[in-house]
Design a protein around this ligand. Structure first.
Ligand SMILES: [Zn+2]
Length: 247
C-alpha cells in the first residue's frame, strides 16, 4: 500500500503515473457516542481499503473542514467542532492540488467525507485545473456512490432521514463500528432523536433547531455489517469512477 508519508522522495517520484487519493474529513462533534474525528477516519480508512484493490497513492488526510451546519452536523453550537472558513479551505485544497500538479501528478481523486466541504473543494478543483491544464481532479464521497438497493438494505428497519440528517446516525455509526470499533461508545448511543429538516437556513444558529445530543437521527440499528456493506459498495463505486475518468 502506497501511503505518501511512508514513501521516500524517490519512491514518490517514480509513481507519478498513479492516481493520488486525497482524503478530506473534518474535526466535528458527532454526538455522545462517536469521536470528533469520524469524518477524517472514514475518509482515510476507506482510502486504505481502496488501496487494497487498486494501485494508488494515499496523500495525507486533511482533518479539518468547512463549518458544520446546524442541520447537517450540529453546527457551531457544540464544542469540539473546530472548522475552517470557506476561503481557508479553498486556499488549502488549491495549494495542495497545484503542488501535486507541479510535481507531475495529474490524476487526483478527492475522497471527501464531510458533507459541508463539497462546494469549497469544487472551487479549489476549478482554480487548480485552470492553472494546470494537464491536471484532472475528481471528487466523490461514500454516500453519493451508494445505489438505491444498498440504501434500502441499510434502512430496511428504520426510515431513511435523508443524507443531511444522517449525522452521527446509522451510516456513520455503522461505518465506525466496522472501521474503528474501539472508538465507538455503543452504550452512549442516543435512542430517540429526530431533528426536523427545514426548507430554509437561518443564522445565527439556534439551539432549538438541533437536538441537545448533537445527533440528527437515531443511530439505533447501526451494525458493523452495515458499515462493511457501505465500504464495499463505496469502493465498487470509486473503482467505476477510476475506470471512467482515469482509465
Ligand atoms: Zn460526519
Amino acid at each position: 500500500m502506497k501511503i505518501m508519508h511512508h514513501l521516500t522522495r524517490v519512491e514518490f517520484e517514480n509513481n507519478s503515473d498513479k492516481v493520488v487519493v486525497l482524503p478530506i474529513g473534518s474535526t466535528e462533534q458527532h454526538g455522545p457516542h462517536l469521536p470528533l474525528g469520524v469524518d477524517s477516519y472514514i475518509a482515510e480508512d476507506i482510502a486504505k481499503h481502496l488501496a487494497k484493490v487498486t494501485d494508488i497513492i494515499i496523500a495525507p488526510t486533511i482533518t479539518y473542514g468547512y463549518k458544520s451546519k446546524p442541520l447537517s452536523g450540529g453546527g457551531p453550537l457544540f464544542k469540539g467542532t473546530i472548522d475552517l472558513n470557506g476561503e481557508t479551505l479553498i486556499h488549502l485544497v488549491t495549494d495542495i492540488l497545484c503542488k501535486f500538479a507541479r510535481d507531475g501528478f495529474n490524476k487526483i481523486f478527492i475522497e471527501n467525507a464531510h458533507f459541508e466541504n463539497q462546494a469549497f473543494i469544487e472551487e479549489a478543483m476549478d482554480l487548480a485545473t485552470a492553472q494546470f491544464p494537464k491536471l484532472k481532479v475528481v471528487q466523490s464521497n461514500w454516500w453519493d456512490v451508494l445505489d438505491q438497493k444498498t440504501v434500502d438494505e441499510i434502512f430496511k428497519d428504520v426510515p431513511f432521514p435523508g443524507w443531511a440528517l444522517e449525522h452521527a446516525a446509522i451510516t456513520e455509526t455503522s461505518l465506525m463500528m466496522y472501521l474503528e470499533p474501539d472508538l465507538v461508545r455503543t452504550e452512549l448511543m442516543p435512542t430517540e432523536v429526530k431533528a426536523q429538516a427545514l426548507p430554509y437556513s437561518v443564522y445565527p444558529a439556534r439551539h432549538d433547531l438541533v437536538p441537545d445530543c448533537g445527533v440528527l437521527a437515531s443511530p439505533v440499528g447501526s451494525t458493523k455489517e452495515k458499515g462493511k456493506l457501505i465500504v464495499d459498495k463505496a469502493i465498487e463505486g470509486f473503482i467505476k469512477i477510476f475506470k471512467k475518468e482515469f482509465n
